[in-house]
Design a protein around this ligand. Structure first.
Ligand code: FES
Ligand code: FES
Length: 178
């Protein structure tokens, strides 16, 4: 009796999907998957920034879209990085607080300088998120009124109640960047 030889089973190529993000001017190419060195499909941008890339300037507080601490810029618009999946950022340009200053010229962004000049923080935990929201606001509206600043930052909470100084700092920075 002839022995049937089983046809060799062709291994299906495992599809790996890659994403490409530009973060603070640097291009990152990452594989999506469940291995330790890959971006998980459920990883948030906040997780990838902090845990994978070590960009811990972005803070996570509530982790569900309520406080604004994790705000970063995506294509110049403010987004909550705890509510954004990293895989959604494929092809996007991300700016975090680490990317605001001009490191070559060793110069802080006018907003960062104004926050120092006006002591617009206490513990500082909310500050990176507030500065990134303010940056998005000034990108869109370089000459905001006080009311527009308050409205633009209404999604950012500060437990230390630094809001009055924050508004002054943003108004001062807006005068410099006009
Ligand atoms: S940590 Fe993202 S909104 Fe609070
Ligand atoms: S400065 Fe402490 S939470 Fe805002």
């Amino acid at each position: 009796m002839a022995v049937k030889t089983a046809k060799p089973v062709r291994k299906k190529a495992i599809e790996t999907r890659g994403i490409r993000l530009t973060i603070n001017g640097r291009v990152y190419e990452m594989e999506v998957g469940s291995e330790a060195n890959q971006v998980g499909p459920s990883h948030t941008l906040a997780h990838t920034l902090r845990e994978t890339l070590g960009l811990i300037g972005t803070k996570v507080s509530c982790d569900h879209g309520a406080c604004g601490c994790c705000t970063v810029l995506m294509d110049e618009k403010a987004v909550l990085s705890c509510m954004t999946l990293t895989i959604e950022c494929d092809g996007k340009k991300i700016t975090t607080i680490e990317g605001l200053s001009d490191t070559r010229a060793e110069k802080l962004d006018p907003l960062q300088q104004a926050f120092i000049d006006y002591t617009a923080f206490q513990c500082g935990f909310c500050t990176p998120g507030i500065i990134m929201s303010a940056k998005a606001l000034l990108n869109e509206n370089p000459s905001p009124t006080e009311e527009e600043v308050k409205e633009g930052l209404s999604g950012n909470f500060c437990r230390c109640i630094s809001h009055y100084h924050v508004v002054k700092a943003v108004m001062a920075a807006s005068e410099k960047v006009r």
